[in-house]
Design a protein around this ligand. Structure first.
Ligand code: AMP
Ligand code: ZN
Length: 490
């Protein structure tokens, strides 16, 4: 299998350090608000790699961290007047729910940064002993970039920035070099107010964002992870700084391979709340989109190619899914005849081979989908010709489809969502009718109880002259600072 390695800027053969185990560390969401679909393009790519590696027989240890202490979570908690954990926990839950909605395999772990403070402190102590850390003029502990010769190798941005702004900022903070970054920040009033301050040898404070990932990766997957992933914006400074910290501390490479996912655009623009093109998974689901269609729309392009998210794209994904579901049902329901074996078993195996080779080639989803569609097309052509299918052909065809879907994770997800929607709608409809009968019998206590029960699930009833209608009302979240996909430079 080959993956594009951002560090060496080439496609590289992937060989895990300790097969059949593969360790992957993906930078996860900052839990100060709901993750948006841009974040989920990156996370769907994580899940795709996870599934593909599993299909190829690896035992995958996939860690995705939760950044629950940083400038944004602290600002959000302070503005809401809540302790940090109380503020971030609903966003942690929402992230895990959205991941389940999109059919993600469970992560091996999803560590919260706040649970690894002692490990972070130990890492800084090690860096200090090695001469890589110093106390800045503002009392914070900084990483001295000049002490690490490999700085800038990942991003190509190792040079001293000459821009005035960073120099002025650096002088104000008492940094030796504008490139130096905080490992440990001294606690300010907001940090103390929300409980984002911990004891340390350097005084009460909190970790810098980059340090968090270095410490969690080391604790959970060891000194060298097989694959380290993130969105393209994390190349610099986040991953460059992670490398500087981890490699200075251990003397070993932080990762064998660095994989970065290109940013999602929405309606050809950068997603932002002010542009009105800001979407979350749950909003799209509440608008009636199939989670499998959302997943499809996020994974249909190669992870390093541009991807523009539009409602037309979602509609196309919905139609594509329907075609796949129809095809599967057609094959399942077809009459089986012993004598009807043809070439479908062989073709299924060949096309499954093409699919696998495409995925082995740096997760080339467009090429893998071409194999999937060829299977559907050839299958349909053959079934149009003859109304029966041989048992071997049918088994092979359905198996190939299931294996492809095991990696893509869309068909089963769509089928499950349809079943749930059917079951859920039936129950809601039954409750609405029970309430109608209660109202007709003037049992208003029962009618109100049913209304209340449905309201608690986010379902609103409208009594109209032609009967009671129900609809899901949007549940809104997100009261933190605007999530525009950018990260403050810490
Ligand atoms: P954050 O919550 O900002 O820490 O980001 C979580 C993950 O989402 C990181 O891997 C980011 O690189 C990624 N990400 C942020 N915005 C986008 C976007 N528009 N498209 C794809 N990935 C993104
Ligand atoms: Zn990270």
């Amino acid at each position: 299998m080959k993956l594009y390695d951002s560090l060496t800027r080439q496609l590289r053969d992937f060989t895990p350090g300790n097969p059949p185990r593969v360790t992957v560390y993906g930078c996860g969401p900052t839990v100060y608000d709901l993750a948006h679909i841009g974040n989920f393009r990156t996370f769907v790519a994580y899940d795709l790699l996870h599934r593909h590696l599993r299909w190829r027989g690896f035992e995958v240890d996939f860690v995705v961290n939760l950044t629950d202490v940083d400038d944004k979570t602290i600002q959000g908690a302070a503005a809401a007047g809540l302790p940090l954990g109380e503020y971030t926990e609903p966003f942690v839950e929402a992230f895990l729910e959205d991941a389940a909605t999109l059919g993600f395999l469970p992560f091996a772990s999803h560590p919260r940064a706040t649970a690894y403070i002692p490990e972070m402190v130990r890492l800084v102590e090690g860096l200090e002993r090695g001469g890589h850390a110093y106390r800045g003029g503002d009392g914070s502990i900084y990483y001295g970039v000049a002490s690490f010769s490999g700085y800038g190798r990942l991003s190509g941005k190792g040079g001293i920035e000459s821009e005035g702004r960073s120099r002025i900022d650096a002088e104000a903070l008492g940094k030796r070099d504008p490139r130096d970054f905080a490992l440990w920040k001294l606690a300010g009033p907001d940090d103390e107010a929300v409980g984002a301050a911990w004891e340390s040898p350097w005084g009460r404070g909190r970790p810098g964002w980059h340090l968090e990932c270095s410490a969690m990766a080391r604790s959970l997957v060891g000194e060298t992870v097989d694959i380290h992933m993130g969105g393209e914006d994390l190349l610099f400074p986040h991953h460059e700084n992670e490398i500087a910290q981890s490699e200075a501390a251990t003397g070993r490479p932080l990762a064998h391979l660095w994989v970065h996912v290109r940013h999602l655009k929405v309606d050809a623009q950068k997603m932002s709340k002010s542009e009105g093109n800001f979407h979350t998974v749950r909003e799209l689901v509440e608008e009636g989109y199939d989670p499998a269609a959302i997943r499809w729309a996020l994974l249909g392009a190669h992870y390093r190619s541009e991807l523009n998210f539009t409602s037309a794209g979602l509609d196309e994904a919905t139609a594509a899914l329907q075609r796949l579901l129809d095809f599967r049902r057609r094959v399942e329901e077809l009459a089986v005849a012993e004598g009807a074996e043809g070439e479908l078993a062989d073709r299924s195996a060949e096309l499954l081979g093409d699919f696998g080779r495409a995925m082995d080639d740096d997760l080339n989803v467009p090429r893998a989908l071409a194999a999937l569609w060829a299977l559907v097309r050839e299958g349909n052509t053959r079934l149009d010709r003859e109304p029966t299918i041989g048992p071997g052909d049918r088994t092979a065809l359905l198996a190939a489809l299931a294996e492809m879907d095991g990696v893509l994770g869309v068909v089963e997800l769509a089928a499950a969502a349809r079943e749930n929607a059917g079951a859920g709608k039936g129950r809601i409809q039954r409750l609405v009718e029970e309430r109608d009968r209660a109202r007709a019998a003037r049992d208003f206590a029962l009618a109100d109880r049913i209304r209340g029960e449905l309201a608690a699930e986010g379902i609103r009833l409208d009594d109209t002259p032609s009967g009671t209608r129900w609809r899901r009302v949007r549940v809104t979240a997100g009261h933190g600072p605007p999530r525009d996909g950018s990260k403050p430079v810490e």
